[in-house]
Design a protein. Structure first.
Length: 648
């Protein structure tokens, strides 16, 4: 009816264009059929008839609508009453409390209310067409909305309760030794967060309060569970718990579950258990450290290697001593702990073993150093043995026992097995005996070398090793040559020759050679007969006597040169140091004479002296321009340097 009433208003507008079109056709004498003309003529009358029918229908419908609206209002009132009744019934019977209601009962009851809500929603939806018919606003049923919201909230909290109880029942049945504490704590934390989010909606509901209380109690018990599940707990700690509660149980038994823990009311002794667990953890640290130390020393070896293809020796101990230092410090820290007593015997055992390893290895290294040094002397050469017969016998004893001991360690390189076994005391005694003998041998050797140095003091310039090498080569002067420059700074080697005398070949020193190659012949040859310190003393004396004679000759030749001996020949004839010395003597004498003449009144005496000095330098300068060998050129350069300084 409404649609028709709305369409009638547009009928005039739709008919008018049709009438105008037919009028145009008539104006142009266009004929139409009778049927078409009749239909065109009936449009207006039929529209008016339709309008009259609408008015009549509206009058009839108006009478019926009054009856229908009254009926709808009655139905709405009845529906509102039923919604209120549902709300009241819900408030009375809804499972807001879990004190005396099981989860299944609560869920059944919530399902019942859900179905009733569904029916009410369906009825409410059926009213909508009639409300639209009478242009009435739909009522808002707050009680229905509240019941719907609370049903959803109750389903949520009871769902959480069911899930929580299910998880808890499952955990209670798991063997305690298999509990995953971290997973349990994560689960409880998750439920606690969910529960807290619902506080604003259902904080006053008993079911929410009971769930939160259960979760909080479980989380409160988590430290207890964590302590009991600690890997550090040992039988002695469980025994202390049993003595405290006065009941026996087996923590490793299959029936020892979380439920059993609560049945034993262990939570009432949480303080004791926390203290025992803390003690267990501290003791576990000590236990773990001891296991680590045992593991390291089970494989810690002494690094050995071959020595001279005959012996073996300790090659490196850096890692061993570093580990020793670390572990001794760890053991010391363990002893300072109040939880040390259960491990006292083992800690003290390892302290003794590591102390034994440290002492024996250090002693072996000391003996090894001394033995290797003396072995080169007493085994590598027989020259020293006749001079130290007692000490040689002592060394033979050490050389028989110590390499054998090193060989035993080489075959069994584990440090603890080799140096902390049953025979470690005997081993240490042998090492101390070896060390005592080697120290006596070293002292005797030092005394022997000191006597040699007193006979020839220039031996003090040499190390013990070099001196021993010289003494060992007393019969081979050629082999001593490399040490001559250490005894005499300006001499590189001696000029040696071999001569046959009395059916034997003798070696003689006939001169000395400087590092730059300058040779100075001795005034007389020196026979190099052992002992070496004896002929070295003779060589030193011959050096001095030779240089004394040569200096006198050089000075005389410089002051009053022989006929035909010019300055350049004088320079080439004598050694460089003697030339410089003779030149300085002449310069000093010349200056002294000039000063004396000045005192007597000769004013030009010093000028004459300077002129003479300048003339000498000029001659030397002329020489430097001529071809000279390396030695002679060095002499001329040195002379020019000194004479120029003297002139100035």
């Amino acid at each position: 009816l409404d649609t028709c009433s709305n369409d009638v208003g547009t009928m005039d507008e739709r008919i008018q264009p049709v009438e105008d079109m037919y009028q145009k056709l008539a104006d142009f004498d266009v004929s139409t059929s009778d049927v078409e003309a009749a239909r065109k003529a009936s449009m207006r009358p039929r529209l008016e008839s339709f309008k009259e029918s609408l008015v009549e229908a509206e009058e009839i419908l108006s009478k019926s609508k009054k009856v229908m609206k009254v009926q709808l209002e009655n139905e709405l009132q009845s529906f509102a009453t039923s919604v209120k009744g549902l709300h009241e019934d819900f408030n009375k019977r809804a499972p807001f409390s879990s004190d005396d209601m099981s989860i299944s009962t609560a869920m059944d009851l919530l399902e019942e209310f859900t179905q009733e809500l569904g029916q009410k929603r369906k009825q409410e939806a059926n009213f909508q067409p009639n409300l639209d018919l009478f242009k009435m606003d739909a009522a808002v049923y707050k009680e229905l909305e509240k019941v719907s919201e609370q049903v959803d909230s109750l389903k949520t909290i009871w769902g959480y309760t069911a899930d929580w109880d299910g998880q808890l029942d499952e955990i209670r049945r798991i063997q305690f030794r298999d509990l995953q504490v971290e997973d349990m704590d994560t689960m409880a934390t998750g439920y606690q967060k969910k529960c807290v989010k619902l506080r604003g909606v259902m904080g006053n509901w008993n079911v929410w309060q009971n769930l939160k209380k259960g979760i909080d109690e479980f989380r409160t018990a988590m430290p207890l569970i964590t302590n009991l599940r600690s890997d550090a707990m040992r039988p002695r700690h469980w025994q202390a718990i049993m003595e405290e509660i006065g009941r026996e149980f087996d923590p490793q038994a299959d029936d020892f579950t979380l439920g059993k823990v609560f049945e034993l009311e262990l939570h009432k002794h949480s303080d004791l258990i926390a203290r025992l667990a803390d003690e267990a953890r501290k003791q576990y640290e000590i236990e773990s450290s001891l296991e680590m130390i045992e593991g390291v020393w089970a494989t810690m070896g002494i690094e050995m290697g071959e020595y001279k293809q005959t012996y073996v020796k300790i090659k490196s101990t850096e890692e061993l001593f570093q580990t020793l230092e670390e572990h001794v410090l760890k053991l010391s820290d363990m002893k300072s702990s109040q939880f040390y007593l259960p491990f006292a015997e083992k800690v003290e055992k390892w302290e003794r073993q590591l102390a034994s390893v440290s002492e024996i290895v250090e002693t072996i290294l000391a003996v090894q150093r001394a033995w290797m040094y003396l072995e080169n002397i007493f085994v590598g050469s027989d020259d020293i043995r006749p001079h130290l017969p007692t000490e040689s016998a002592w060394f033979d004893d050490v050389n028989a026992g110590f390499p054998k001991m090193l060989r035993g360690i080489y075959e069994r390189p584990n440090a603890v097995e080799s140096c902390a076994g049953e025979n470690c005391g005997e081993m240490l005694e042998d090492l101390n005996s070896f060390m005592e003998k080697l120290e006596k041998i070293q002292k005797a050797l030092d005394d022997y070398l000191e006597r040699k140095r007193m006979l020839f003091p220039r031996f003090y310039f040499l190390s013990n090793d070099d001196l021993l090498e010289i003494l060992g080569q007393a019969k081979e002067p050629e082999l001593v040559q490399k040490h001559i420059k250490k005894c005499f700074e300006g001499i590189k080697v001696l000029d040696l020759v071999k001569t046959d005398q009395e059916d034997r070949v003798l070696c003689e020193a006939v001169g000395m050679i400087s590092p730059d190659g300058e040779k100075v012949p001795f005034s007389k040859p020196v026979v190099l007969d052992p002992p070496v310190e004896g002929w070295l003393v003779k060589v030193e004396r011959r050096m001095k006597s030779t240089l004394t004679k040569l200096l006198n000759s050089c000075q005389q030749a410089n002051c009053s040169p022989p006929k035909g001996l010019k300055k350049d020949k004088w320079v080439l004839k004598f050694p460089g140091q003697l030339l410089i010395t003779a030149g300085q003597i002449s310069w000093t004498m010349g200056c002294q004479n000039a000063l004396a003449k000045i005192a007597e009144g000769s004013k030009n005496a010093m000028k004459v002296c300077r002129k003479r000095q300048t003339k000498t330098i000029a001659r030397l300068t002329d020489m430097i321009r001529k071809p000279l060998n390396k030695v002679d050129r060095n002499k001329v350069v040195a002379l020019i340097t000194i004479e120029v300084h003297a002139r100035d």
